[in-house]
Design a protein around this ligand. Structure first.
Ligand SMILES: N[C@@H](CCC(=O)N[C@@H](CS)C(=O)NCC(=O)O)C(=O)O
Length: 209
């Protein structure tokens, strides 16, 4: 049994969608970050960086924060969504790290400045939105001639998709990115994605371009 500590954000949804895809048994522990629940001592004991998501795997006794590490751990534990073929495996991990170091942090800052604090800093709005657009361009190119980021559906797709699902918050016209739109729609139709998106609670339907 896995305990998943999460909230209704892209980083949280990455892991809830993954656990749904892997069909593993898990219990949801809701951490409302708008009420500072991430600072509770029992959560900090698991996730000292005071951020969701985090898991506790009661089978192995391992507690873990950082969504990229969690995704790799769960994929290795179950032998799914991370290919054993060396080239595909490393392509998957490369793009998982691209999401962790690029798409997630930059899109997150775009939400902060463009969606929630518009008008406070034009410099920050331009900087983060332009960088987010650049990253969309990179992903668009990677998806050219490929159904999925690393060729086959993998943790790289599960990591990137929830960030792209906030295209409206980012002020991105997703239709300008034909490959991303096709990829996004195909993933949105997966039952595991539809279920995992609504963990720990329903906020809205999945945005559909
Ligand atoms: N690198 C971390 C980032 C996690 C993260 O930024 N989580 C946000 C929600 S998406 C959070 O918990 N924020 C609470 C806070 O800033 O105190 C990961 O991928 O797990």
């Amino acid at each position: 049994m896995i305990d998943l500590y999460t909230w209704t954000t892209p980083n949280g949804r990455k892991v809830s969608i993954l656990l749904e895809e892997l069909e593993v048994e898990y219990q949801v522990k809701s951490i409302n970050i708008t009420k500072d629940e991430q600072f509770a001592p029992d959560f900090l004991a698991i996730a000292p960086n005071n951020r969701i998501p985090a898991i506790v795997d009661h089978e192995s006794g391992i507690a873990m924060m950082e969504s990229g590490a969690i995704m790799q751990y769960m994929a290795e534990k179950t032998g799914r969504l991370l290919s054993n073929d060396v080239a595909t495996r490393w392509k998957t991990l490369e793009w998982l790290n691209w999401q962790m170091g690029g798409l997630g942090p930059m899109a997150g800052q775009t939400h902060h400045f463009v969606k929630f604090n518009q008008g406070k800093s034009q410099y920050a709005e331009d900087r983060y939105q332009n960088e987010t657009k650049r990253l969309y361009g990179v992903l668009e190119k990677q998806l050219d001639g490929r159904d999925y980021i690393a060729g086959e559906y993998s943790i790289a797709d599960v990591a990137c998709w929830p960030w792209i699902s906030r295209f409206e918050w980012q002020g991105i016209d997703i239709h300008e990115y034909k490959n991303i739109t096709r990829w996004y729609r195909a993933i949105a139709e997966r039952p595991a994605v539809q279920k995992g998106y609504q963990i720990p609670k329903y906020v809205s339907d999945i945005p559909m371009p």
